[in-house]
Design a protein around this ligand. Structure first.
Ligand SMILES: [Zn+2]
Ligand SMILES: [Zn+2]
Length: 331
């Protein structure tokens, strides 16, 4: 019963605009925490490869996030070896990173975790030994055949056997000054950016699997919020709305990663782009499941240019204060 009501609500409500008061992007809240100053995000897994002999594309996502001297691996790609090889070809050493962020259970984001942990552990026992996840990520997801499709649950014991530890976040947490892991994101708007094909075995009972654990990184800077998203199942507008509530009511400076808009309707894209424009979006490095057409639609609707709204490739990056390095394929 609940499955039908969720779907019906989504189809009825999505095209509606102006559901909340216009956010005052010009009047950010006072800052009650440290702001990040030095920020760089480099893409390690996405569909396109950016330069010759510098990485391989795949249906997946991963990125290196560097903030004020600290580094995180953000998701781990789909195929076991992709991020390992791409990082090597890009000259990036992952062995000095201790913390991984896993945005949700799908195996196009978790596929490299064990390979990377084992490979980097040989150089540094603490490498990639702590994985930040949101509450609910280990709840089973049953497919039509009744078997569990949870892409992380199947690797949990093996990761823990290496000495790895999962840190489960039930709410938004500041991982380092100005760097926030959202935890589960309230679904304020019915963006419905998931497949709907699985049953979630939640403690409260069986539900449609709307990927409730889907979480993002939000980096708070003097220029505004930098959002890094894996697959965007919670919805980019929901995530931004939540970030502006729990981190700071500041403009969305940059949106980086997968936003699951590849199969969105024209109306959904129009609504999403309008909301992002309202939020103050300045940079978009859209990769993975964002969809190429969606990047261009948002670029046009939000008034961005080919310099600051780009289809992401392996090796492409965003640097605070400098903007996007698109590499050859997307420049
Ligand atoms: Zn996903
Ligand atoms: Zn994905």
């Amino acid at each position: 019963m609940r499955l039908l009501s969720l779907a019906a609500a989504a189809s009825l409500l999505l095209p509606v605009t102006g559901l909340t008061p216009t956010r005052a992007a010009s009047r950010p809240q006072p800052v009650d925490h440290a702001l990040a100053r030095d920020v760089k995000v480099t893409v390690l897994s996405t569909m396109l490869a950016g330069n010759p002999n510098r990485g391989t594309g795949e249906w997946g996502y991963a990125a290196l996030v560097e903030v004020d001297g600290r580094r995180w691996l953000f998701d781990t790609g789909a195929r076991p070896e992709t991020v390992l090889k791409n990082a090597a070809e890009l000259g990036i050493d992952l062995s000095t990173i201790t913390d991984v962020v896993i945005t949700h259970n799908h195996d196009d984001h978790t596929g490299g975790l064990l390979t990377l942990r084992r490979a980097m552990q040989a150089k540094n026992p603490a490498a990639l030994g702590r994985a930040h996840v949101a509450r609910g990520i280990f709840w089973p997801r049953l497919n039509a055949n009744g078997s569990d499709d949870n892409g992380l649950l199947k690797d949990r014991a093996a990761y823990e056997a290496t000495g790895g530890v999962f840190v489960e976040h039930a709410a938004a947490d500041e991982l380092a000054p100005g760097v926030w892991f959202t935890g589960p994101v309230p679904r304020t708007f019915p963006e419905r950016n998931w497949s709907g094909a699985r049953v979630l075995k939640a403690p409260a009972g069986d539900l449609e699997d709307n990927v409730p654990e889907d979480a993002s990184l939000v980096i708070d800077t003097a220029d505004g919020l930098v959002l890094v998203s894996g697959c965007g199942h919670a919805g980019i507008v929901n995530t931004v709305t939540y970030a502006q509530r729990v981190v700071r009511d500041a403009p969305l400076h940059a949106a980086i990663g997968g936003f699951h808009l590849f199969n969105a309707t024209d109306e959904q894209l129009e609504w999403t782009a309008g909301k992002l424009k309202e939020a103050g979006l300045t940079y978009l490095l859209g990769g993975h499941c964002t969809g190429i057409e969606a990047v261009y639609r948002i670029r046009a609707r939000a008034g961005l240019t080919r310099k600051n709204a780009v289809v992401s490739a392996v090796g492409s990056s965003f640097t605070l204060g400098k903007g996007i390095s698109a590499l050859s394929i997307a420049s």
